[in-house]
Ligand binder design. Sequence first.
Ligand code: 5AD
Ligand code: SF4
Length: 347
Amino acid sequence: MMTREELTAVLGAPLGEAANDRELFAAAVEVRNRTVGDRVYLRGLIELSNRCRKNCLYCGIRRGHLGVERYELTDEQVLAAAERAWRSGYGSVVIQAGERTDGAFTERVERLVGRMKTLSNGELGITLSLGEQSRETYRRWFAAGVHRYLLRIETSSPELYARIHPADHDYDRRLECLRALREEGYQVGTGVMIGLPGQTVESLADDLLFFKALDIDMCGMGPYIEAPGTPLAAVEAPFSRAERLQLALRMIALLRLSMPDINIASTTALHALHPQGRELGVAAGANVMMPNLTPEAVRGDYKLYDNKPLQDMDLQGFNVALDNGWGDSRHFALRRLNVCVSAESQK
Ligand code: 5AD
Ligand code: SF4
């Protein structure tokens, strides 16, 4: 593992043309191809609802953003999208929504998970990205058939976390949730935003060390992009958009080098900053993409940030894996194996 100083040096090298990082990206791709292979795994993204009880200062669908038309997909819409993912051979879907913890919502999710399992003969893998929940809720969703969960830490710095969230949002609570998810048996993914106001390359280096220390299975991270009408958009960011893109690609490559066998997403935010953003992410070491399967009529309402791409993803030119496997993180499989082996050897 590279030290904090080494990581900081790579991240802090002068930013110019993204192509200047060619050697770094080539090394990351070589490591990826050797460990998790050279194919890109697909998750169908279903944005269930943009209602959210939280008020994160950077987010376009925060509770306090009154200009947003709020929507909720019907069961039929969710199941049709899931079926489309399964029939297209994606192998798994990600259900994402703003955070809600009321019983009507958590029970609905549980029911939908069961129905997605049934319609796909148990074949469709299901990942949730529904924020901070009680351990009991995580347990119930896992029992219903979910096996992966994405919960971004947003930044590993408690100070910066406090600056980009209202006072009642709690860094430690988020950490507790990540631990609870692991303990309940999920494959756990997290991630950060890159180029936030107040963020430094040292802090980004700490993020990479944080992922390693947490021993995550998956990571989704992308550039921070101002969301018009949010409090944080009024604060000047330390890096230009082009620089954020390049920093995000460096983060992907460095993470691949430090955690060779995890799944790393090439995120939509990369695409929002560059027409070939997703391709660049894969060329920097990512191995997962999430084509949007949300019905087009409401896609524009799930607007976390400016310029979010709404069109269907063009998969031409990607070496995609369409064999209906769940595309589990190899890291997770190996950890489970190691647990079994050490349990054996303790007998
Ligand atoms: N820019 C980039 N990413 C954002 N997210 C929310 N708002 C923004 C923004 N303005 C990301 C957060 C969140 C995920 C769902 O979207 O990291 O976890
Ligand atoms: Fe809600 Fe997530 Fe946006 Fe925060 S980032 S306001 S939790 S949707």
